[in-house]
Design a protein around this ligand. Structure first.
Ligand code: PLP
Length: 400
């Protein structure tokens, strides 16, 4: 017998974390590794945000705050939702959390009864299925192939819904594909949801600002305001403001869910870090030019890397609308043989071959629920990306 609970033995460590660990281990052994695994901005948190945090420490913002977050931060979040998303939330409909990750996890745990189903369009962010499992739920993954733009179609949504469906998780722009729903696509999904009032919707909007087409990311509630009472909007400062380490996310939603979340969080994490809350408020209320500047840099990297990847025979990649990843189709390499005589049977083999033969670290599509692909992060320098692409080209050329 194990002293670890069954619901925890069911889950696995984040595959992107394990891939990063493996790349770091090889690097420690002296191998020159090009790490294209990381899922966080490579920029520093902007100076005015760091200064706001330093000032908060000096001014005594070092104690417990309200469980839901300071009034100042929740006002900043409410103003952001109004200004950027056209959504109105009262302060008691918002909770600041220790990252979007904890918001999603907690929302699942306050709602799922054993056996409740959660619809997760695949490819998905690696954490979703395990979060559902850890709350005794059943992840129902729905394959959304490249031909559908990696997006959930109304017909597939309809087919996936059962009487046990509790949540639909939507992430746009998506990690790992960068696919982004249009207002019209959201509307068509909302028409299906109208027939199934038992289904709640979680929108993971963490990459909303990182997009390459000068479009504003629409929110589901912009085109389907009637879903407001069963939608939880999740977001945070990690990706937009290069603040992954500060651990500030939030959720906005109907009172009953928010109240239950407040209770659960008050008995688990308590409020999120007071200093980080001050920094996040400064990020939301302060000058926004960092966002546009970093997106421009991501776009240059995306364009350049996309071109290099698409020039490699056997690889192809659809241009992502947003986020900072390329989800590279490697179907053309499956069945080929390495110089050591190893056959590449799956994307995991391709990823292992790239790491061992040319020292390029990427994450296999199996981790995201749709194969054969691998995810490459563009949240790294052009030099690194160029180096990575030329090594991948070299490794692919050596296959037969
Ligand atoms: N949602 C998605 C789709 C992500 O990719 C990530 C981070 O990788 C998160 C949520 C978590 O963000 P946070 O740092 O706010 O916990």
């Amino acid at each position: 017998t194990s002293r670890i609970a069954e619901r925890v033995r069911r889950i696995k460590p984040s595959p992107s974390t394990s891939a990063a660990d493996r790349a770091n281990e090889l690097r420690r052994q002296g191998k020159a590794i090009v790490n294209l695994v990381v899922g966080e901005p490579d920029f520093d948190t902007p100076a005015h945000i760091r200064q706001a945090a330093a000032a908060a420490i000096e001014n005594g913002a070092t104690r417990y705050t309200l469980m839901a977050g300071t009034v100042e931060l929740r006002q900043a979040i409410a103003a952001k939702l109004e200004r950027e998303n056209g959504l109105s939330y009262a302060l008691n409909e918002i909770i600041a959390t220790s990252g979007a990750k904890s918001a999603i996890f907690s929302a699942l745990s306050i709602t799922l009864e054993p056996g409740d189903e959660v619809i997760i369009p695949a490819p998905y962010w690696v954490s979703y299925p395990d979060m559902v499992l850890a709350s005794d739920g059943v992840p129902v993954t729905v394959a959304c192939p490249e031909a559908d733009g990696f997006k959930l179609t109304p017909a597939k949504l309809e087919a996936a819904i059962t009487a046990r469906t509790r949540w639909l998780l939507l992430n746009s722009p998506s990690n790992p594909t960068g696919a982004s729903y249009t207002g019209a696509e959201y509307r068509a999904l909302a028409d299906v949801l109208a027939r199934h009032p038992q289904v709640l919707v979680m929108t993971d909007d963490i990459y909303e600002h990182i997009r390459f087409d000068d479009q504003r990311t629409p929110h589901l509630l912009n085109v389907a305001p009637e879903l407001r009472d069963r939608t939880l909007a999740i977001n945070g400062v990690s990706k937009t403001y290069a603040m992954t380490g500060w651990r500030i996310g939030w959720l906005a939603g109907p009172r009953d869910l928010v109240q239950a979340l407040d209770t659960l969080l008050s008995q688990s994490t308590g409020n999120c870090c007071s200093v980080s809350q001050a920094a996040a408020a400064a990020a939301l209320n302060g000058p926004q030019h960092f966002v546009a500047e970093s997106v421009l840099i991501y776009k240059q990297r995306r364009d350049r890397t996309l071109q290099q990847i698409n020039a490699i025979p056997g690889l192809s990649c659809r241009a992502p609308d947003g986020a900072f990843y390329l989800y590279v189709n490697c179907a053309g390499l499956i069945g080929k043989t390495t110089p050591d005589g190893q056959r590449l049977d799956a994307d995991g083999d391709v990823v292992m071959y790239l790491l061992d033969s040319v020292g390029v670290a990427v994450v296999a599509g199996t981790a995201y629920g749709l194969s054969p692909y691998f995810r490459l992060s563009i949240a790294t320098s052009i030099d690194n990306l160029d180096q990575g692409c030329s090594r991948i080209a070299q490794a692919v050329a050596a296959l037969h």
